[in-house]
Design a protein around this ligand. Structure first.
Ligand code: HEC
Length: 164
């Protein structure tokens, strides 16, 4: 069975049990043992800001998409010898398709973050510290959203500088 469309909800539970202890998916969520995977598709391996990858991961130099992930996740240590990702792999093709289908939806470049989305009733301008914080967060996540889009269109050496 080649790379194909899988079952996103099965993929979500696979992610929870097999990947979530080491990876987050949302815009601006912290790195754990492994890098945050927001905006993964269309990006070169080992280019996530603020995470220190092994040279092996960086030098692999592949662009993450359905096909490269399908092969990588079967046996990460074989695909990237020297990786520090301690994960044996998903041997079943169906599991990999389910997981990749979920990932594709979950890591799509997004300007939104949970704290903003859970406070929709807040008055919107920074007159109190809490609002100031929301405003700063919004700024940060918007910049991350824009870099996510830029990285996906191949401008992988573009750096956005902000003064906060
Ligand atoms: C025990 C922790 C751990 C688990 C479990 C794990 N990973 Fe990782 N992952 C890592 C680490 C650490 C790296 C960085 C590897 C390096 O720099 O060599 C990584 C790297 C990656 C990368 C490469 C990212 C990039 O930008 O090049 C992808 C994609 C990835 N993991 C996906 C997954 C998925 C999907 C799962 C679940 C099926 C998973 N990982 C399970 C720790 C883990």
């Amino acid at each position: 069975m080649p790379v194909g469309k899988g079952d996103a909800s099965k993929g979500a539970s696979l992610f929870k049990t097999r990947c979530a202890q080491c990876h987050t998916l949302g815009n601006g969520e912290p790195h754990k043992v492994g890098p945050n995977l927001h905006g993964l598709f269309g990006r070169k391996s080992g280019t996530t800001d603020g995470y220190s990858f092994t040279a092996a991961n960086v030098n692999k130099g592949v662009t993450w998409d359905d096909e490269t992930l399908f092969e990588y996740l079967e046996n990460p240590k074989k695909y990237i010898p020297g990786t520090k990702m301690a994960f044996a792999g998903l041997k079943k093709e169906k599991d990999r398709n389910d997981l990749i289908t979920h990932l594709k939806e979950a890591v799509r470049c997004s300007p939104f973050i949970p704290p903003l989305m859970t406070s929709p009733d807040e008055p919107s301008f920074p007159s109190r510290p809490h609002e100031r914080r929301l405003f700063d967060d919004f700024h940060t996540y918007l910049i991350r959203f824009l870099s996510c889009l830029l990285l996906r269109t191949g401008a992988s050496h573009t750096h956005i500088h902000t003064s906060t």
